[in-house]
Design a binder for this molecule. Sequence first.
Ligand code: APR
Length: 319
Amino acid sequence: MSTFRHRYGLQLHLYFHRITNSLRKLRKSTAVYYGKHLLCNSYKERFIVFILIDMRSCCYCETWGVVVASILGFENMKTIDPEQYEHIVFFTGAGMSAESGVPTYRGRGGVWSQYRWEDYACQDAFDGNPETVLQFHELRRAAVLACKPHSGHTAIATLEKKHPRVTVVTQNIDGMHQRAGSGNVIELHGSLWRLRCPYDGISEDIGERYKSYKCEKCGSWLRPDIIWFGDMLDQGVTSEAIAAIRCCDLFVSIGTSGVVYPAAGFPRFAKENNARCIEINPEANEMSSLYDESIRDTAGKSLMELFGRGARPSCLLTE
Ligand code: APR
């Protein structure tokens, strides 16, 4: 049934897309139609001309496509109505920040193709050479500060303001979601913006540079509050993330390669709850088959298209 809906929903979408394109071409000859308008006799003709001379005729056509598709019971292929879902979880990885200019970890230009994680991202490296590891993270902080959240981050933050339950579960440590205005963010792998004393807890610092690399109380080296290779995930944070995913009815995964466990396995909790599961990633990976729909495109564009008006800041809405 779902394949049926998918196939015919897609055909319908393509059909309206074709009409939209034809209208776009016709719009160029608007002046000609406008001239004819005065000569039109029937209401039908006048109506058609009216549609054509409206600069937003293309938008109307696409909207009608969506309306007809929903009347016929096909899934809406292009946009999601957030109101239809009680709890939306966005599950994000490095690909979410890639469009802002923050490098991903794997693939071409990825952090781990330039640096060996064994030298910079594990407890052994820190124990052996804390200053080098801290300098590496200082460079990463500077790189992230030079980047700005993109339209996809803003789309999620805007949705959170309009919808009662939106949770971001992120593997990213860059704080981009918070900078875009998201408040309900669960950081599975910690944060680049915090240092932690192994004995005295967490020392927060959102400034451009760390105030000190040593604990004020005990003088020990402070380490980035990040889950490095070989570290266990924080139990409290993990439970919070799993609880959110387990009770969501819309799960949108964005820009993760799905290879780093346990986080890579988390989408299964959404599936077990029969949530609608959508993947946004230009490339397929081992987890892709789990999703109901996969959008092979970039994060910002896909999120804006998927959530349409609901994701646009209200200052940009004209109606
Ligand atoms: N939009 C969406 N996805 C994108 C984009 C984009 N513009 N650009 C790249 N991607 C996708 C890639 O296709 C890839 O599948 O983002 C994914 C990035 O994968 P990784 O670099 O492996 O990042 P991630 O899955 O977040 O890594 C998990 O690994 O090194 C650890 O702790 C680190 O949190 C990290 C974890």
